[in-house]
Design a protein around this ligand. Structure first.
Ligand code: HEM
Length: 419
């Protein structure tokens, strides 16, 4: 046993003999060999884990004061912010936490796309990730409804109305609302789901991490770490890196919570919901804007309404991600060695940014046209470009090992061999 192994302690040994949790933790997190060249983009999974715990803890405490009733919800949130001891802090941590969580997840997804972490043998790991993204979106959407402000009310109206495109349309919407209009039953359902979803996410994170530990982590070179010299134990090398990254992340999170708690919120949501007054411009939170743009960019064709096609495009924009491991047929994982995929990745990032800007603007004039072009490009990237690139690209020569002399890759981040 290593000198710092907790199993030197007799109580730990007693428990471990009956429930080998310490042996498991040591195998999976202590001695677990990790590729030695992981860069700081590999801390974002740990940051996502941190945000998940932070959201559940602050959410459970907020729920002790929140009232899920349309007549009281808005005031109960104001009460938490103004009267409850440190209620402002709890609320700010939770509300701005949603934005921080999405920022972390988007970087985590971007990293996985750039370094080809979705490719064999990590397809299922990626698919659990996409599922987590969908669950996270559902959780953020239901959470935003709870303060029952103007934007909560009208945003939920727009999105729940989308189910009316399904067969049985209007009655399905009424069934979802629990009445002929959004009201108390709707708020109660949304609240119950919001509370539940956090724990469903925990269950899927468990599967996500399980699949990660079967395949092991990918790395910036995208090659398998076969040689023992290619790896370092998770602890202390990567625990320290994760903790340092977390400290930097907490500085940014704290700056938003303490100095700009309302910056990301829409002003209309600081007015109580009013079913008789529609806001001038209904808009979701920033992290949904690209998807909102896709929803609004699709027009009707023939007998298919714009609403139906918009809803289908919105669903397809997430569903297409499940198929990415099979849509990208190149055998090279990392964009560092893929001269055509690399610019295509950055074009996709720019495209999603353009979609975000279009989602924030009125869908008129050139912005509507830009939204349509960006939506077409988004789907073309996954459904067409990935295969074309794989076919015509000549990848750079791959290194044979992580700790061996490296040929200079595209971004110049060559790894020096060990002394
Ligand atoms: C609640 C949300 C999530 C949590 C808590 C989470 C957590 C983690 C953790 C701890 C890791 C290992 C560390 C790392 O590689 O950064 C990881 C890896 C990974 N995650 Fe996630 N994740 C989440 C969502 C997602 C999403 C939305 C995707 C993609 C759609 C995704 C795809 C991946 C992939 C492909 C890896 C393997 C990366 C590699 O080895 O290169 N994850 N995740």
């Amino acid at each position: 046993m290593a000198p710092h192994d907790p199993r030197h302690n007799s109580l730990v040994r007693w428990i471990d003999a009956r429930l080998p949790i310490f042996t498991l933790l040591r195998r999976e997190y202590g001695a677990n060999p990790m590729p030695r060249n992981l860069n700081y983009l590999w801390i974002f999974g740990a940051l996502a884990l941190f945000m998940l715990v932070a959201m559940i803890v602050t959410g459970v405490v907020l729920a002790m004061q929140y009232t899920p009733n349309t007549a009281l919800a808005f005031d109960s949130v104001e009460h938490i912010t103004r009267d409850v001891n440190y209620g402002w802090l709890l609320r700010s941590l939770h509300a701005t936490g949603a934005s921080m969580f999405f920022a972390v997840i988007y970087i985590h997804m971007g990293r996985s796309l750039y370094y080809g972490s979705y490719k064999s043998p990590r397809e299922l790991l990626w698919m659990f990730g996409v599922l987590l993204f969908g669950l996270l979106a559902a959780s953020a959407f239901t959470g935003y409804t709870l303060p029952w402000g103007q934007m909560s009310f009208w945003g939920t109206t727009v999105i729940t109305n989308l189910v009316s495109v399904l067969p049985g349309g209007q009655s399905l919407t009424h069934w979802l609302w629990g009445g002929f209009a959004m009201g108390n039953p709707t708020l109660n359902r949304v609240y119950a789901l919001h509370y539940l979803l956090g724990f469903v996410i925990v269950a899927f994170v468990f599967l996500h991490i399980w699949t990660l530990h079967v395949a092991g982590s990918n790395n910036p070179l995208g090659i398998d770490a076969k040689n023992p010299k290619d790896t370092l134990p998770f602890h202390p090398y990567f625990t320290v890196k994760d903790i340092f990254g977390l400290a930097l992340f907490l500085l940014v999170y704290a700056a938003v919570v303490f100095f700009y708690p309302d910056y990301l919120g829409h002003p209309d949501n600081y007015s109580p919901a009013n079913p008789l007054v529609t806001p001038a411009h209904i808009q979701p939170e920033w992290y949904f804007l690209p998807f909102y743009a896709i929803l609004r960019s699709v027009g009707g064709v023939w007998f298919l309404s714009a609403k139906l096609l918009g809803a289908l495009a919105l669903a397809a924009s997430v569903l297409v991600l499940f198929a990415v491991p099979w849509l990208d047929t190149s055998h090279v994982r990392s964009a560092r060695f893929r001269p055509l995929y690399r610019p295509a990745f950055w074009l996709l990032v720019a495209d999603v940014a353009v979609l975000g800007l279009c989602g924030a603007a009125e869908p008129q004039g050139w912005r509507l046209v830009a939204g349509k072009i960006a939506t077409t490009y988004y789907f073309a990237h996954f459904l067409l470009l990935l295969q074309l690139i794989a076919r015509f690209e000549t990848p750079l020569p791959l290194p044979t090992g992580i700790s061996l002399p490296q040929p200079a890759p595209l971004d110049g981040h060559a790894i020096k061999p060990d002394a």
